[in-house]
Each structure stands twice: as C-alpha cells, then as structure tokens.
Design a protein around this ligand. Structure first.
Ligand code: FRU
Length: 596
C-alpha cells in the first residue's frame, strides 16, 4: 500500500473501546451468577492451577475458583456493537458451549468461543460487521465441572482491527495445528500404531482410530500407506468392530502374498483374532473361526507377531495384565500354544519382540522386547524361552511417546528395524483431528561397556524434506547467537563443546532445549533426560514440527519426544551461560510432507 491510502485507512479507524480489563477489585457493572467468579477478578494463577499466562496487567477472569467444580456466568452491561471486531484474550477448557465466552443479542447467542485446554490466554476475535449498531452483551460462562471445567478471560474490547490470527481449518493438512511431517489422521481420534508391515514397496501404517469422534472410542483400524515413511496417504479404515468386540491394537505379517493381521477383539472377554488381506491391506476378511486365542488373563491384548526361523514357527508376544507379558507359538497363526510368561517391571501393554544384529560385532545377534512405554529388555531367544537380564532399559525420556511398534517384513537388503510410536496426549485445539504419530525411527543395538542398549534416530528418508541448509562451522558462542532462521519446520544437527560453560540452550520458536553441565541433563518441554558429554562433546539432533519437538541426544542414546503448540516465529538461537562453547550447527529448513 502506498503512503496516502495507508494514511487514509488509519485515519478512518476509530480508537478501541475497552469493555473490560479486569484490573479492578470487583466486576463493576458486570453481573456474576453462581460460584465460579468470586467477588472480583483473579490476580493471576489460582491455587492448585497450572501457571496461567498471556493475560494483560495483573487481573483476569479465572473460573478455576476452588477448582474445576465451580460453575456460573458473568454478564456485561449492554453495549452497542460500534466496531467491526470484538477482541479478547481467552484460555481454559475446550468445552464448546460450556467453558466459553458468548456474544448475546436479545436472547440469542450469536458468537461463542472456547479455550484450547490451555492456561495460556490467546487472542480471539469475532468479526461482527453484520451486527453493526446492534445492542449486545458479553457472557462469560462456566457450565462444566469436569477436567478443564474452567475459563480464563481478559482484555475485552471493540476494535476496527482483528487481534487474533485467524484459525485455519482448510485446506486439509494445512490447518492451524496440523503436524506437517508427522502422521495424523485426516479426521478424528488416533492412538497406537498397529499392523506395521512392508509389502510391495509400500509401508503400511494401521492405527487405532475412532471413525466417529475426536475422542477415544469405537476402536477400529485406520489405514495409511507410504512409499517412504514420510509421505502418507490415508485409505479407508481396514478393520471395523464386530460381534466379538471393537478392534484394539495388534500387528501384521506377510504370509505368501497375503497380509495377516492379528488383533485384539475387545469384547467380553478380550480375545485375539485373525484377519487376512489378499489386496495389499485394502480390504480384510476376518478368519471364520475367530478367536484364534481365547481369553488367557485380565484384559490380555496387543498381540505382536514375529517369525522365528530356527524353529520355523510364528511367535506371538502378548500383554496379559499388571506387568506380565506372555509368548505363544504357532505354525499356522490359527492355533497357539503358550511358551512362557514373564514380568516387565514398570511396563504394560503393546509388546514388540524382534531380533537385531549387535552393531559392529559380526554374527552377534540378540532379541529385544519392548513395552508400550518404549522400555526394553535385551536377551537371547531359542524359540521357547527369552533369556534376559536386568531391569528394563530406557531410551525415550519425553512426555509424549507410547505404544511403540516396529515394521515387519522389510527386505533383508534393507535390514533396518524401524519403530514408530503414538505421541500420546498432544493437544490440537479446534482441529478436525486429534493426536499424532512420532517420527519413524531406525533402531540400533549398540554395546556400551558391558551392556547392550538401543539407539534411535529418525529414518534417513526424512532428509528428503530438507529444503534449505545453512551451516555454521566451529563458531564460538558466549551469551546469545542467532542461527539465522525463523522457519517453522526444522531439522537441526548440533555438535557442542561446552568446555567450561554451565548451560547451553537451543531456543526454538519460544521453547528451549537446555543442557546443564552440573547434573548432565537435557531438559525440553518439562521432560528431562540424563545426557553426559562424549569426548567433551554433546551431539543433538532436533526435529521441530508445528506441534512437537523431538530431541535425539548423542546419536540417539537418549530421546525426548514431546508435543507442544509452537506459536510465533522467534529466531532460532543458541544461549551459552558461564563460558564460551564451540558449536558446529547445521540448520535444515524442511518442507511439509503433505502434498497439496
Ligand atoms: C494402548 C492401548 C492398547 C489397546 C489400545 C486401545 O494405548 O490401551 O493396550 O489395545 O490402546 O485403543
């Protein structure tokens, strides 16, 4: 815009009209009903509440008064809609119509907005152009007593300028909180990865899917395929509930040219059932004599299949109950006999069981047994007994990684063991889908001292998304150094010699990945992991998507997979405290994986 029209546009704008800033000791002319509002605005976070942020000044409306149970409404005096927008700051529960701010004209609610299950207040803007000149009231309502049954509100004004970034709901895969290089379901809820199998150039990702809602329920197997583990195409659901129950987690293998899927039918009781596909997973026929394994114990579930070549039998790892898992064997997938049971302290659900070479030790192979939380046992397996020692080990230390499973049937020429998990518990406010998968990762079994342990790093195919690369060779950083990128999607490789520095932090889009020398720990998004120096160096690989950060420390010896809503475009930077660190950094900006 050239100077004159800009000036005219500015002159045409009237100043904002503040309806409420909630800075006073009481609500003034607003009317409170119920018990949720108390006598006046809150002064920041209330007792037992997660930290509230993003409000202006010292006061705000916060209906977490005494906890989530309290309900009520707070209604403004009538005013005239004499600007194009109503702007306000909103946080709290994501319960449409229950924890909300409403615009009421006469008796009619003409606008309503809810928070995103977040104590950080964000701008919300209503365009009220078509209501210009009408009399209206604002009503802040808390009609919910369950989890996130509260609302946070501040700074309500009428303005000619929109404050909120508009929520993007289309096109598909470009929505505001759509992960850009992690798999998420086109719509609705997703949890565990299931039936991971490679066949005829296609990686199959079946997954726990609710075809009818954004919360867990109606469990079915969703289905997506990819030529490269990076670009996914979602197909129709593959397995739907039947008389034996809803379709819980399980696995798949290739038998001849068929995919055989073994899953839990979550009826009363839970049993293990088989289905075959003759058309590359597009349709399945359930085995007529299901279940193939009747109820064994508790809520037994999540069968994982593996071929044991020495005994020429299929082996099924199954979760039983408590911390107990069992192994079964079969020659035909249809009749099974129990081999043994064992405990895995601190673990439950979603077993996986596979053989791997020990890196750098020719001919040495071991069996690895993983639980839903990614913890694992390493041992030898003779087709009958899994001989393992010691407590479960840990490679994953983040907030959001669960139900890990690995692909079967990769060609021997590939030889990789590739694992993916569900990033359980992320938030996707106002989106048509809910939850996402982790990045597919390659596992390596490595000897460190006496023990064998897993290392985990993103599959190399992810490098196909690298669109622009900047290298920083051996820079000396004391204090703060920017790394020249404000990109949203990043793949970072860092090699840091902290020398005498007490702390080194990567600042990425307002969040930080922080290593502290004193206790040799890595912190990211509230999770911490032990991470020491190797040869005086710290190696970090950091993958940043719109809704997650995954950090791989020292070649993937420790991993932190965590979800968060990454807002803003603060520049990528390093911060070094208490010394000068030598840093080598490679910054790859990524392109989205979804083809649009
Ligand atoms: C793990 C889990 C599994 C079960 C599935 C149901 O997240 O609880 O044990 O099969 O989810 O959706």
């Amino acid at each position: 815009m050239s100077a004159l029209p800009l000036l005219l546009a500015l002159l045409a704008q009237s100043p904002d009209l503040v309806l409420a800033d909630f800075e006073g000791a009481d609500y003034g002319a607003w009317t409170a009903q119920g018990s949720a509002f108390g006598r006046g605005p809150a002064r920041g976070t209330l007792p037992k509440q997660q930290a509230v942020s993003g409000f202006e000044g010292g006061g705000l409306v916060d209906t977490f008064l005494g906890g989530d149970a309290a309900q009520g409404t707070l209604t403004s005096p009538e005013f005239t809609l004499e600007r194009r927008f109503v702007n306000f700051l909103l946080g709290g529960g994501d319960h449409p119509g229950e924890t909300c701010v409403e615009l009421v004209v006469g008796d009619e609610v003409v606008r309503s907005s809810t928070g995103g299950d977040d104590e950080r207040l964000e701008w919300e803007s209503w365009d009220v152009a078509e209501l210009a000149g009408r009399r209206a009231r604002i009503r802040i309502a808390d009609r919910s007593s369950g989890g996130w049954g509260h609302v946070d509100v501040d700074s309500i004004s009428l303005s000619d300028t929109r404050r909120a970034a508009p929520l993007v709901l289309a096109p598909l895969y470009a929505e505001t909180w759509r992960p850009q290089f992690h798999f998420s379901s086109r719509t609705n809820w997703l949890n565990d990865p299931n039936g991971l199998v490679f066949l005829d150039g296609e990686y199959h990702l079946f997954f726990q899917h609710n075809p009818r809602g954004r919360e867990w329920g109606n469990m079915s197997w969703g289905h997506a395929v990819s030529p490269d583990l990076v670009h996914w195409t979602q197909l129709d659901d593959a397995l739907e509930p039947d008389a034996l129950g809803t379709i819980y987690s399980g696995s798949a293998v290739v038998v001849g040219s068929r995919i055989a899927a073994l899953y839990t039918a979550a009826g009363t009781p839970f049993t293990q059932c088989l289905a075959y596909s003759m058309d590359r997973g597009r349709t399945f026929t359930k085995f007529a004599k299901n279940p193939v394994l009747p109820h064994v114990a508790g809520e037994n579930r999540d069968p994982k299949l593996v071929w044991h070549s020495q005994s020429a039998r299929w082996v099924m790892a199954l979760y039983l109950e408590g911390e107990t898992y069992a192994l079964f064997a079969s020659t035909d997938l249809e009749s099974w006999s129990e081999l043994e049971r064992f405990e895995m302290p601190g673990c439950s659900e979603c077993p996986d069981f596979f053989e791997m070479p020990v890196e750098g030790e020719s001919g040495e192979r071991r069996w690895v047994f993983t639980a839903a939380n990614g913890q694992y046992l390493v041992g030898r397996f003779d087709g009958r007994h899994f001989a393992h020692e010691g407590a479960p080990q840990r490679v994953e230390f983040g907030r959001n990684c669960y139900a890990v499973q690995s692909w079967s049937n990769l060609p021997a020429s590939d030889g990789r063991r590739i694992q993916i998990g569900w990033m359980n518990g992320g938030r996707y406010p106002h989106m048509p889908f809910n939850q996402q998968m982790s990045l597919p990762c390659e596992l390596r079994l490595v000897r460190g001292g006496d023990a064998l342990h897993l290392e985990k790093s993103p599959v190399r195919e992810l490098e196909r998304l690298r669109a622009r690369t900047t290298r920083f060779d051996a820079i000396e950083v004391a204090g703060r150094a920017e790394l020249g990128s404000r990109a949203e999607l990043l793949d970072l490789e860092l090699e840091i010699e902290p020398r005498k520095a007490s702390e080194v932090a990567l600042r990425v889009r307002g969040e930080s990945v922080r290593w502290s020398a004193a206790n040799a720990t890595l912190e990211c998004l509230g999770a911490s992991a032990p991470l020491g120096l190797e040869d005086g160096r710290l190696r970090l690989r950091v993958l940043v998507d719109r809704t997650s950060i995954e950090v791989y420390g020292n070649g993937g010896r420790v991993v932190q997979s965590s979800c968060c809503l990454l807002r803003g475009d603060a520049p990528l930077a390093l911060e070094v405290l208490g010394g000068t660190a030598r840093v080598r950094a490679v910054v790859h900006e990524l392109e989205p994986a979804w083809k649009r």
